[in-house]
Design a protein around this ligand. Structure first.
Ligand SMILES: Cc1cc2nc3c(=O)[nH]c(=O)nc-3n(C[C@H](O)[C@H](O)[C@H](O)COP(=O)(O)OP(=O)(O)OC[C@H]3O[C@@H](n4cnc5c(N)ncnc54)[C@H](O)[C@@H]3O)c2cc1C
Length: 506
């Protein structure tokens, strides 16, 4: 009986969908959720689940990387298990005027996620699968798969894909905005490695986006993807695995200028190996320096210690306080050696975290020194003393090899080799502490931007706090701005995917 009512509701929904699609999207009252979920329930696959706040599992499904600071206002969670589940949920949410937000790794930190007024969490975690194609060139990855899952599934077949670094983050979250990683110098950003994606559009239909199908959507997904649909699966390039050599060198603060001048030099060399990444973290380690944060610097090399030796030598010549080397490291263990594994402090959840990303054409020493001093003040404050300062130069050869106009990614993202951000952690819900964290983050970023001269300010969309201008995130070129906005008008006219560093329609 229940499903008969739902079926009748569904039929009338189908009939009214065309007219509903032409209306401007205005969220209706949360009480429409009850009607929507009873309409939806019979259409879901057997493994899908609808969870209301009264259920025991509710609390766990609200925990995010950065909760309580980021707490979208959900009234119900739909744990989807198939692409058809996502289609139905989006269609029915659209019909009832209910906002929704997809969740995969929960590590998004943009404050715009808090703009969800009420609505449905579309939890993607059951779309967790990785299948290598028989030729071993590509893999199909489910839209809710986390990085540690894809890494292990591929490694079992001696393969690796270009994802982000941190094991706890999803594959799709970083990828749709770029995807910076240890493999980018060789293979480009994660998004440069998408062969195709299945995308559920705002009207609730799933389509394929690729070089041959829905090319405009394929363009938009690669750089501004969070704004255009829900990805249920994607086909990614995969590569043979090799073992790594990883050096971790810890420098005291007096070495900052020498260290980052060297990084600038190495990065500018045409012979910089594409199988090498450089990345640093400003962090408090009181055993090494009781007063100031130090720089833990990693040089990772996909190859042997002998091959890496000439590249690490100039870094060692700077006199690090500590040198550690790990040789013959497999790709899974590399995430542990670089402190990006599930157990690392980086992957903590349910703790406020925020960053203020800045991408830079090169390191400017006085700007970096100023930013470092502010970071020193931040971490001397006991509320923020586990915060870190990301100082990343993963390498650009593979990134620059891709035609910048072929994806929605901002031009600056392909031109600027430096990716940096304070990553500020703190506990609790105190308004003043949150305001202080935001102010410190902005101050650090302003200090870094002050060293850019006339270069255009840019922030990686996935390191954006959500207060940046559209151009700062998505790029300044007139044609790119126009194309993005016009695709937004065409593909998501009611701005249903408008909660992650939104692309405006006008
Ligand atoms: C600990 C940590 C480590 C990080 N490491 C890296 C890194 O190594 N490289 C890098 O480039 N970035 C990195 N980032 C930034 C990261 O790219 C973003 O935080 C990203 O948004 C996280 O995605 P998520 O799925 O984990 O988070 P979520 O909060 O679940 O998702 C983020 C956004 O993506 C949308 N979304 C999720 N799933 C889908 C889907 N299937 N289809 C469409 N939209 C979807 C959500 O609606 C939301 O708007 C890191 C961030 C943190 C906090």
């Amino acid at each position: 009986m229940h499903s008969l009512i739902a079926f009748t509701a569904w039929l009338s929904l189908g009939q009214s969908l065309t007219s509903a699609q032409t209306q401007v999207f205005l969220p209706r009252a949360p009480d429409s959720l009850v009607a929507a979920t009873s309409t939806l329930r019979p259409w879901l696959s057997k493994d899908a689940r609808i969870v209301f706040p009264s259920k025991e599992e509710w609390a766990e499904l609200q925990i995010r990387g950065s909760s309580p600071r980021i707490s979208p206002n959900y009234n119900v969670v739909v744990e989807v298990a198939t692409e058809a589940d996502v289609e139905k949920t989006v269609q029915i949410a659209g019909h009832y005027g209910i906002p929704f937000l997809a969740v995969s790794g929960t590590h998004g930190w943009a404050i715009t996620l808090n703009n969800l007024p009420f609505g449905i969490q579309i939890n993607m975690r059951k779309l967790n699968s990785t299948t290598v194609d028989p030729r071993g060139k590509t893999a199909t990855v489910g839209g809710g798969t986390l990085q540690h899952e894809v890494t292990r599934a591929l490694y079992a077949k001696n393969k690796q894909a270009v994802t982000g670094l941190c094991e706890c983050v999803s594959v799709i979250g970083p990828l749709m905005g770029g995807g910076h990683s240890m493999l980018q110098a060789r293979h480009g950003y994660a998004l440069d490695n998408i062969v195709s994606a299945r995308v559920v559009l705002a009207n609730g239909t799933a389509v394929t986006a690729s070089e041959t199908k829905n090319l405009d959507l394929f363009w938009a997904v690669r750089g501004a993807g969070h704004n255009f649909g829900i990805v249920t699966s994607m086909v990614l390039n995969v590569y043979d695995v090799q073992n790594w050599t990883a050096y971790v060198l810890i420098f005291t603060q007096d070495k900052i200028e020498k260290l980052f001048s060297l990084v600038n030099e190495v990065d500018a060399q045409p012979s910089r190996p594409s199988n090498m990444f450089l990345t640093g973290t400003g962090v408090r380690i009181s055993d090494i320096d009781a007063k100031n944060p130090v720089i833990a610097y990693t040089l990772g090399f996909e190859g042997t210690e002998q091959e890496a030796a000439p590249w690490v030598a100039p870094f060692q010549a700077l006199g690090p306080a500590v040198t550690q080397v790990a040789t013959d490291v497999d790709y899974i263990s590399l995430h542990t050696v670089t402190q990006n594994n599930l157990e690392s402090t980086t992957c903590r959840r349910n703790l406020n975290i925020v960053g203020n990303g800045a991408s830079l054409p090169s390191w400017n020493m006085s700007a970096l020194r100023n930013a470092y001093n502010i970071f020193g003040e931040l971490t001397a404050d006991s509320r923020f003393n586990t915060s870190v300062f990301l100082l990343e130069n993963y390498g650009m050869e593979g990134v620059e090899a891709v035609d910048a106009s072929s994806t929605a990614l901002a031009l600056e993202e392909r031109l600027y080799p430096v990716l940096t951000s304070p990553v500020i952690w703190w506990e609790g819900n105190d308004t003043q502490t949150t305001a202080d964290a935001y102010a410190y983050g902005e101050k650090i970023r302003a200090a870094l931007f002050a060293g850019m001269g006339k270069a255009k300010k840019h922030t990686y969309v996935n390191y954006a706090i959500g207060t940046e201008s559209f151009e700062q995130i998505y790029g300044y070129e007139d044609w790119r701005v126009k194309k993005l906005k016009s695709l937004k008008r065409k593909l998501d006219p009611k701005n249903r995917f408008g909660y992650y560093n939104p692309v405006p329609a006008v």
